[in-house]
Design a protein around this ligand. Structure first.
Ligand code: ATP
Length: 138
């Protein structure tokens, strides 16, 4: 299968760098799968599960809000946080979920409501990726 170069960067580290067959990313307009030869584009990422397929194996990871730039020669994803299932601290995600739910119940300003909704989406996505532990092609 044809491959392309993928780089996933956070403010702290290069999370992933290498040749892949595809990446599936939750975008604002729905899940987007990038494969070799995809037309150049830029899109916004929603917090959720990404799936990277390389050497016939697919791994899932959590990705927070960010942007993806698909270029003819490479695809670059920038995100505030990206984590493999084994690096997700479940207790922290549960605490974040409860905090966001509590804040949402308090009916704050529209801006705070939006922030808490995204915080809740991050917590849900981390818990989903942690429990799913998706892996195929082994
Ligand atoms: P919290 O309120 O717990 O900080 P958050 O969703 O606001 O959660 P982020 O802003 O997405 O956190 O991430 C900040 C940093 O903390 C990143 O480096 C991210 O990888 C790390 N992080 C956040 N939550 C977790 C978690 N549950 N497990 C592992 N790392 C986490």
């Amino acid at each position: 299968m044809r491959t392309f170069f993928l780089e996933i960067i956070t403010p702290e580290k290069t999370f992933f760098r290498g040749e892949v067959e595809s990446i599936n990313i939750p975008s604002v307009g729905g899940a987007c799968t990038v494969m070799a030869g995809h037309q150049p584009m830029v899109f916004a990422v929603e917090p959720g599960a990404i799936r990277i397929t390389a050497d016939g194996k697919t791994r899932e990871a959590f990705m927070s809000e960010g942007f993806v730039e698909v270029r003819p020669d490479e695809t670059i994803a920038f995100s505030q946080a990206v984590e493999w299932p084994e690096d997700i601290n479940e207790r922290r995600a549960v605490d974040a979920k409860e905090r966001a739910e509590e804040q949402l119940r308090r009916n704050r300003s529209a801006a705070e409501y939006r922030l808490n909704r995204v915080a809740l989406a991050r917590a849900f996505a981390r818990l989903k990726v942690k429990h799913h532990n998706y892996m195929s092609g082994d």
